[in-house]
Design a protein around this ligand. Structure first.
Ligand code: HEC
Length: 248
Protein backbone atom coordinates (compact mmCIF):
# COMPACT_ATOMS: atom_id res chain seq x y z
CA UNK A 1 0.00 0.00 0.00
CA UNK A 2 2.69 2.41 1.02
CA UNK A 3 4.66 1.59 -2.11
CA UNK A 4 1.62 2.25 -4.25
CA UNK A 5 1.03 5.57 -2.57
CA UNK A 6 4.65 6.60 -3.06
CA UNK A 7 4.40 5.66 -6.73
CA UNK A 8 1.24 7.70 -7.19
CA UNK A 9 2.74 10.74 -5.50
CA UNK A 10 5.93 10.54 -7.53
CA UNK A 11 4.06 10.28 -10.85
CA UNK A 12 1.97 13.27 -9.88
CA UNK A 13 5.11 15.26 -9.19
CA UNK A 14 6.95 14.19 -12.34
CA UNK A 15 4.09 13.96 -14.81
CA UNK A 16 3.05 17.49 -15.87
CA UNK A 17 6.31 18.81 -17.27
CA UNK A 18 4.72 22.20 -17.82
CA UNK A 19 8.00 23.97 -18.55
CA UNK A 20 7.85 23.30 -22.31
CA UNK A 21 4.11 23.11 -22.69
CA UNK A 22 2.74 25.32 -25.47
CA UNK A 23 -0.21 27.34 -24.27
CA UNK A 24 -2.75 28.15 -26.97
CA UNK A 25 -4.48 31.48 -26.52
CA UNK A 26 -8.15 30.49 -26.00
CA UNK A 27 -10.45 32.08 -28.57
CA UNK A 28 -14.16 32.77 -28.63
CA UNK A 29 -16.12 31.09 -31.45
CA UNK A 30 -19.77 31.58 -32.40
CA UNK A 31 -20.31 27.81 -32.39
CA UNK A 32 -19.08 27.26 -28.84
CA UNK A 33 -21.26 26.10 -25.98
CA UNK A 34 -24.51 24.13 -25.98
CA UNK A 35 -26.42 26.83 -27.88
CA UNK A 36 -23.71 28.22 -30.17
CA UNK A 37 -24.27 27.74 -33.90
CA UNK A 38 -21.99 28.20 -36.92
CA UNK A 39 -21.88 31.64 -38.48
CA UNK A 40 -22.47 30.89 -42.17
CA UNK A 41 -20.89 34.11 -43.41
CA UNK A 42 -17.72 33.18 -41.51
CA UNK A 43 -17.76 29.64 -42.91
CA UNK A 44 -18.14 30.98 -46.45
CA UNK A 45 -15.19 33.31 -45.98
CA UNK A 46 -13.24 30.41 -44.51
CA UNK A 47 -14.01 28.30 -47.55
CA UNK A 48 -12.75 31.11 -49.75
CA UNK A 49 -9.45 31.12 -47.82
CA UNK A 50 -9.19 27.35 -48.08
CA UNK A 51 -9.93 27.41 -51.79
CA UNK A 52 -7.61 30.26 -52.70
CA UNK A 53 -4.72 29.51 -50.32
CA UNK A 54 -4.66 26.16 -48.51
CA UNK A 55 -6.00 24.07 -51.40
CA UNK A 56 -2.71 24.58 -53.23
CA UNK A 57 -1.17 22.06 -50.82
CA UNK A 58 -3.88 20.47 -48.65
CA UNK A 59 -6.64 18.08 -49.72
CA UNK A 60 -10.06 17.98 -48.07
CA UNK A 61 -10.95 14.43 -49.04
CA UNK A 62 -14.11 13.93 -47.00
CA UNK A 63 -16.05 16.86 -48.44
CA UNK A 64 -18.08 16.90 -51.66
CA UNK A 65 -18.83 20.12 -53.48
CA UNK A 66 -22.53 19.72 -52.74
CA UNK A 67 -21.78 19.89 -49.00
CA UNK A 68 -21.11 23.60 -49.56
CA UNK A 69 -24.89 24.06 -49.83
CA UNK A 70 -24.92 23.50 -46.05
CA UNK A 71 -22.89 26.65 -45.41
CA UNK A 72 -25.31 28.68 -47.50
CA UNK A 73 -23.81 28.66 -51.02
CA UNK A 74 -26.43 28.63 -53.79
CA UNK A 75 -26.86 25.69 -56.12
CA UNK A 76 -25.45 27.76 -58.99
CA UNK A 77 -22.39 28.74 -56.94
CA UNK A 78 -21.71 25.11 -55.98
CA UNK A 79 -22.04 24.05 -59.60
CA UNK A 80 -19.65 26.77 -60.74
CA UNK A 81 -17.09 25.72 -58.10
CA UNK A 82 -17.38 22.05 -59.11
CA UNK A 83 -17.11 22.65 -62.84
CA UNK A 84 -14.03 24.82 -62.36
CA UNK A 85 -11.95 21.67 -61.75
CA UNK A 86 -11.18 18.78 -64.08
CA UNK A 87 -11.56 15.35 -62.53
CA UNK A 88 -10.41 11.98 -63.76
CA UNK A 89 -13.20 9.50 -64.37
CA UNK A 90 -13.69 6.21 -66.15
CA UNK A 91 -13.43 3.75 -67.63
CA UNK A 92 -16.04 4.72 -70.27
CA UNK A 93 -17.58 2.26 -72.75
CA UNK A 94 -14.37 2.29 -74.75
CA UNK A 95 -12.50 1.31 -71.62
CA UNK A 96 -10.72 4.63 -71.40
CA UNK A 97 -9.98 6.80 -68.41
CA UNK A 98 -11.00 10.37 -69.21
CA UNK A 99 -11.11 13.88 -67.82
CA UNK A 100 -14.37 15.75 -67.27
CA UNK A 101 -15.48 18.90 -65.46
CA UNK A 102 -16.36 18.29 -61.80
CA UNK A 103 -19.93 17.71 -60.59
CA UNK A 104 -21.48 18.81 -57.27
CA UNK A 105 -21.47 15.14 -56.21
CA UNK A 106 -17.69 14.81 -56.64
CA UNK A 107 -15.36 14.87 -53.67
CA UNK A 108 -13.09 17.94 -53.42
CA UNK A 109 -10.23 17.53 -55.84
CA UNK A 110 -6.85 17.01 -54.15
CA UNK A 111 -3.94 19.24 -55.19
CA UNK A 112 -1.59 16.31 -55.79
CA UNK A 113 -2.24 12.93 -57.42
CA UNK A 114 -0.51 11.04 -54.58
CA UNK A 115 1.50 11.47 -51.38
CA UNK A 116 4.86 11.15 -53.14
CA UNK A 117 4.04 13.98 -55.52
CA UNK A 118 2.88 16.08 -52.55
CA UNK A 119 6.19 15.46 -50.77
CA UNK A 120 8.28 16.30 -53.82
CA UNK A 121 6.48 19.64 -54.11
CA UNK A 122 6.93 20.39 -50.39
CA UNK A 123 10.58 19.75 -49.66
CA UNK A 124 9.88 16.20 -48.53
CA UNK A 125 7.11 17.15 -46.06
CA UNK A 126 3.56 15.89 -46.51
CA UNK A 127 0.76 18.45 -46.17
CA UNK A 128 -1.87 16.45 -44.27
CA UNK A 129 -5.50 16.15 -45.38
CA UNK A 130 -7.49 18.79 -43.49
CA UNK A 131 -10.90 17.06 -43.37
CA UNK A 132 -10.59 15.99 -39.73
CA UNK A 133 -7.73 18.22 -38.61
CA UNK A 134 -9.96 20.27 -36.31
CA UNK A 135 -10.78 17.09 -34.40
CA UNK A 136 -7.38 15.43 -34.71
CA UNK A 137 -5.62 18.12 -32.65
CA UNK A 138 -6.35 19.06 -29.07
CA UNK A 139 -8.51 22.22 -29.10
CA UNK A 140 -8.40 21.95 -32.89
CA UNK A 141 -10.08 25.25 -33.79
CA UNK A 142 -7.86 27.27 -31.47
CA UNK A 143 -4.83 25.30 -32.66
CA UNK A 144 -5.40 25.91 -36.38
CA UNK A 145 -5.96 29.61 -35.74
CA UNK A 146 -2.86 29.84 -33.52
CA UNK A 147 -0.72 27.92 -36.01
CA UNK A 148 -1.62 30.34 -38.80
CA UNK A 149 -0.73 33.42 -36.77
CA UNK A 150 2.18 31.76 -34.94
CA UNK A 151 5.01 32.53 -37.39
CA UNK A 152 7.77 34.80 -36.07
CA UNK A 153 11.52 35.09 -36.29
CA UNK A 154 13.16 32.27 -34.31
CA UNK A 155 14.38 33.35 -30.86
CA UNK A 156 18.06 34.36 -30.71
CA UNK A 157 20.35 31.38 -30.38
CA UNK A 158 17.93 28.85 -31.86
CA UNK A 159 19.35 26.96 -34.82
CA UNK A 160 16.74 26.16 -37.42
CA UNK A 161 16.87 23.06 -39.59
CA UNK A 162 17.05 23.74 -43.27
CA UNK A 163 13.71 24.25 -44.99
CA UNK A 164 11.80 24.63 -41.73
CA UNK A 165 10.11 27.72 -40.37
CA UNK A 166 9.74 28.89 -36.80
CA UNK A 167 6.19 28.67 -35.46
CA UNK A 168 5.65 29.02 -31.75
CA UNK A 169 2.50 26.90 -31.65
CA UNK A 170 3.76 23.92 -33.66
CA UNK A 171 5.05 21.07 -31.46
CA UNK A 172 8.85 21.35 -31.74
CA UNK A 173 8.39 24.86 -33.13
CA UNK A 174 9.90 24.04 -36.53
CA UNK A 175 7.35 23.45 -39.27
CA UNK A 176 7.76 22.57 -42.94
CA UNK A 177 4.76 24.71 -43.96
CA UNK A 178 5.83 28.19 -45.03
CA UNK A 179 3.67 30.97 -43.59
CA UNK A 180 0.58 30.62 -45.78
CA UNK A 181 -1.27 33.86 -45.02
CA UNK A 182 -0.34 37.46 -45.78
CA UNK A 183 -2.33 40.65 -45.27
CA UNK A 184 -5.01 41.14 -47.97
CA UNK A 185 -4.25 37.82 -49.67
CA UNK A 186 -7.87 37.09 -50.58
CA UNK A 187 -10.53 39.52 -51.64
CA UNK A 188 -13.58 38.56 -49.61
CA UNK A 189 -16.73 38.60 -51.69
CA UNK A 190 -18.69 40.03 -48.72
CA UNK A 191 -16.29 42.97 -48.46
CA UNK A 192 -14.75 41.97 -45.09
CA UNK A 193 -11.18 43.21 -44.70
CA UNK A 194 -8.81 40.28 -45.19
CA UNK A 195 -6.39 40.71 -42.29
CA UNK A 196 -4.22 37.71 -41.40
CA UNK A 197 -6.15 37.41 -38.13
CA UNK A 198 -9.52 37.43 -39.91
CA UNK A 199 -8.46 34.87 -42.53
CA UNK A 200 -6.92 32.57 -39.88
CA UNK A 201 -10.11 32.76 -37.81
CA UNK A 202 -12.41 32.16 -40.79
CA UNK A 203 -10.48 29.18 -42.13
CA UNK A 204 -10.24 27.65 -38.64
CA UNK A 205 -14.03 27.96 -38.33
CA UNK A 206 -14.52 26.48 -41.81
CA UNK A 207 -12.27 23.50 -41.01
CA UNK A 208 -14.19 22.93 -37.78
CA UNK A 209 -17.40 22.76 -39.76
CA UNK A 210 -15.70 20.42 -42.26
CA UNK A 211 -14.78 18.06 -39.42
CA UNK A 212 -18.14 18.36 -37.69
CA UNK A 213 -20.81 19.41 -40.18
CA UNK A 214 -23.70 18.06 -38.10
CA UNK A 215 -22.92 19.99 -34.95
CA UNK A 216 -25.74 22.54 -35.43
CA UNK A 217 -28.36 19.85 -36.05
CA UNK A 218 -27.17 17.95 -32.99
CA UNK A 219 -27.45 21.01 -30.76
CA UNK A 220 -30.92 21.87 -32.06
CA UNK A 221 -32.09 18.31 -31.46
CA UNK A 222 -30.54 18.32 -27.98
CA UNK A 223 -32.34 21.52 -27.11
CA UNK A 224 -35.75 20.25 -28.24
CA UNK A 225 -35.23 16.98 -26.35
CA UNK A 226 -34.43 18.89 -23.14
CA UNK A 227 -37.49 21.11 -23.62
CA UNK A 228 -39.75 18.13 -24.32
CA UNK A 229 -38.47 16.29 -21.25
CA UNK A 230 -39.08 19.42 -19.17
CA UNK A 231 -42.68 19.64 -20.32
CA UNK A 232 -43.25 15.92 -19.69
CA UNK A 233 -41.75 16.24 -16.19
CA UNK A 234 -44.07 19.17 -15.40
CA UNK A 235 -47.11 17.21 -16.61
CA UNK A 236 -46.15 14.20 -14.50
CA UNK A 237 -45.81 16.43 -11.49
CA UNK A 238 -49.30 17.89 -12.00
CA UNK A 239 -50.81 14.44 -12.50
CA UNK A 240 -49.12 13.20 -9.35
CA UNK A 241 -50.54 16.11 -7.35
CA UNK A 242 -54.00 15.40 -8.69
CA UNK A 243 -53.89 11.67 -7.93
CA UNK A 244 -52.58 12.09 -4.41
CA UNK A 245 -54.64 15.20 -3.50
CA UNK A 246 -57.41 13.21 -1.74
CA UNK A 247 -54.98 11.31 0.43
CA UNK A 248 -53.44 14.33 2.17
C1 HEC B 1 2.89 25.62 -49.74
C2 HEC B 1 2.12 24.53 -49.23
C3 HEC B 1 1.16 24.79 -48.09
C4 HEC B 1 0.14 25.72 -48.02
C5 HEC B 1 -0.26 26.77 -49.04
C6 HEC B 1 -0.52 25.48 -46.75
N1 HEC B 1 0.09 24.46 -46.09
FE1 HEC B 1 -0.46 23.70 -44.30
N2 HEC B 1 1.10 22.38 -44.34
C7 HEC B 1 2.00 22.27 -45.38
C8 HEC B 1 2.98 21.27 -45.04
C9 HEC B 1 4.15 20.84 -45.91
C10 HEC B 1 2.63 20.77 -43.76
C11 HEC B 1 3.37 19.72 -42.91
C12 HEC B 1 4.21 20.48 -41.91
C13 HEC B 1 5.11 19.61 -41.06
O1 HEC B 1 4.76 18.45 -40.83
O2 HEC B 1 6.14 20.13 -40.62
C14 HEC B 1 1.43 21.49 -43.35
C15 HEC B 1 0.76 21.29 -42.16
C16 HEC B 1 -0.42 21.90 -41.81
C17 HEC B 1 -1.20 21.61 -40.62
C18 HEC B 1 -0.89 20.50 -39.60
C19 HEC B 1 -0.01 20.94 -38.48
C20 HEC B 1 0.15 19.82 -37.51
O3 HEC B 1 -0.14 20.00 -36.32
O4 HEC B 1 0.56 18.72 -37.92
C21 HEC B 1 -2.29 22.42 -40.63
C22 HEC B 1 -3.40 22.48 -39.59
C23 HEC B 1 -2.19 23.24 -41.80
N3 HEC B 1 -1.05 22.90 -42.50
C24 HEC B 1 -3.14 24.17 -42.16
C25 HEC B 1 -3.05 24.97 -43.30
C26 HEC B 1 -4.04 25.97 -43.64
C27 HEC B 1 -5.31 26.26 -42.85
C28 HEC B 1 -3.61 26.55 -44.79
C29 HEC B 1 -4.27 27.69 -45.54
C30 HEC B 1 -4.42 28.92 -44.83
C31 HEC B 1 -2.36 25.90 -45.17
N4 HEC B 1 -2.05 24.95 -44.25
C32 HEC B 1 -1.63 26.20 -46.32
C33 HEC B 1 1.99 22.98 -46.57
C34 HEC B 1 1.12 24.01 -46.86
Amino acid sequence: MRVLLALLVSTLIVWPSSAEEIVLPAQKWPFQGPLGLYDKAELQRGFQVYREVCAACHSLDLLSYRNLREIGLSEAAVKAIATSVQVTDGPNEQGEIFERPGLPTDRFKAPFPNAQAARVANNGALPPDLSLMAKARFNGTDYIYALLIGYTEPPAGMTMNEGLFFNRYFPGQQIAMPQPLAEGMVEYSDGTEASVDRMARDVAAFLTWAAEPNQDARKRLGLSVVLALGIIAALFYLVKRRIWSDLH
